[in-house]
Write a protein that binds this ligand. Structure first.
Ligand code: S3P
Length: 425
């Protein structure tokens, strides 16, 4: 589906942000490990999460929908040898977390994925899992993976990467390992696994960047999932850069390991009010009031990177409208995402008239620059590049065309409807 995006006057009104993708993956997987019945309220309808749900079904979980957004997952007869290969689609989170779960089972399984996923690095999970006794056959550390279920033993692992996917994989394997498994990372990555493990009664110990887990059972307990700050980020930044905008975004997860975007934008002089703070299923949630602001440039580097890793493409759009030079560095893992996001952001924003320079681990953007548009954007089969381009299109002087916009469905199928609601209010 190719779409045309036109310049608009302002964004107004309120929206509710759909469920968090990272938390939904974990809710589907962890409920499936309880040997009980769990009601899950407000899950993500993105294709990545559906890939996870289908795999859990293939492993013996049964799923009953109460309505479009509520389901009951019954894992009394799970986990069992899957009948077919397990298709992770486009989802790195599904693949890496499932590796941790499947390595400790008493059956074998086979993981596949789409072209993009089949080119993404899996060494980061295969190496530590192998140290725990896992047996994984791979193709130069890429998919397809053949996992031979085995007895696992605990390790203490010092990761060179700050990655929630790697951490979660090792902690999941730790549920099945003899002894205490410890994961240490250089900076703290998102902690949804730790919070949901606590919520479900696992024997977990958290000390800053060091997390330990003992062989534990998870309790079946109902889960409600808050809105995704990574999805909200597109509308937060749209409202900040489109003159005269004022919007309310409801039900946004503001866990501090994810809210680096708010800290950086506030540092850039953004007018964002955080109201109605509350806790939902062990996660912090709030509503956000956002108003058009005169943004100032900043430098984004070091420990904040994992706290906003998925928001860097849309932050680059914000930087084109900020006074001064914005530098983003220490973000080299962006080259290993659904696409090489450093390359994709630079090539597509340049087409729109931005002053942006690619570096090894990020980019340098000079603002404030009026975007010209009048160009055809390639979204690199990457949902976040597609949505970032759409928001940039709303401020371009001339219309832009975005090819294959359907990639948005990977994380945010409701994106266009919500955008249109804010545009027409
Ligand atoms: C995720 C962790 C991040 C993030 C991804 C989702 C997760 O990846 O980019 O979209 O749910 O654990 P890394 O942990 O590999 O940085």
């Amino acid at each position: 589906m190719d779409i045309i995006v036109n310049k608009i006057k302002s964004l107004k009104g309120e929206i509710e942000i759909p469920a968090d993708k990272s938390i939904t993956h974990r809710a589907f997987m962890f409920s499936g490990l309880t040997k009980g019945i769990v009601k899950i309220n407000n899950f993500s309808l993105g294709q990545d999460c559906i890939s996870t749900l289908n795999i859990m079904k293939n492993l013996g979980c049964s799923v009953k929908y109460i309505n479009e957004n509520q389901l009951i997952l019954n894992s009394k007869n799970a986990l069992t040898q899957p009948i077919t290969t397990l298709d992770c689609g486009n989802s790195g989170t599904t693949t890496r977390l499932m590796c941790g779960i499947l390595s400790g089972q008493n059956f074998n399984s086979h993981l596949i994925g789409d072209d993009s996923l089949s080119n993404r690095p899996m060494k980061r999970v295969i190496e530590p899992l192998t140290l725990m006794g896992a047996k994984i056959k791979h193709n130069n550390y890429k998919l397809p993976l053949h996992i031979i279920g085995n007895n696992l033993h605990a390790i203490e692992y010092n990761s060179s990467l700050a990655s929630a996917q790697v951490k979660s994989c090792i902690l999941l394997a730790g549920l099945y390992a003899n002894g205490t498994t410890t994961f240490i990372e250089p900076y703290k990555s998102r902690n949804h696994t730790e919070l949901m493990f606590q919520y479900m009664g696992a024997d977990i110990n958290i000390n800053q960047n060091k997390v330990s887990i003992k062989n534990s059972k998870l309790n079946p307990i109902d889960i409600s999932i808050c809105g995704d700050i990574s999805s909200a980020a597109f509308f937060i930044i749209a409202a900040l850069i489109i003159p005269d905008s004022e919007i309310l975004i409801k039900n946004v997860g503001i866990n501090e390991t994810r809210s680096g975007i708010i800290d950086i934008l506030k540092n850039m002089n953004a007018n964002i009010d955080i109201i109605n703070n509350r806790i939902i299923s062990n996660e912090k949630v709030a509503d956000l009031k956002v108003k058009y602001s005169n943004l100032k440039a900043t430098t984004i580097q070091g420990s904040i990177i994992p706290r906003l890793i998925d928001e860097i493409p849309i932050l680059a759009v914000a930087a084109t409208q900020a006074e001064g030079t914005t530098i983003i560095k220490d973000a080299q893992d962006l080259r290993n995402k659904e696409a090489d996001r450093i390359k994709a952001v630079c090539s597509e924003l340049k087409k729109l008239g931005a002053d942006i320079e690619e570096t090894i681990d990020g980019f340098i953007i000079n603002g404030k620059k009026e975007l010209t548009g009048d160009s055809v954007i390639d979204c690199y089969h990457d949902h976040r590049i597609a949505m970032s381009a759409y928001i940039a299109g709303l401020i371009c002087k001339k219309p832009i065309k975005i090819n294959e916009f359907q990639w948005v469905n990977i994380s945010f199928p409701e994106f266009l409807n919500l955008a249109e609601k804010l545009i027409s209010t």
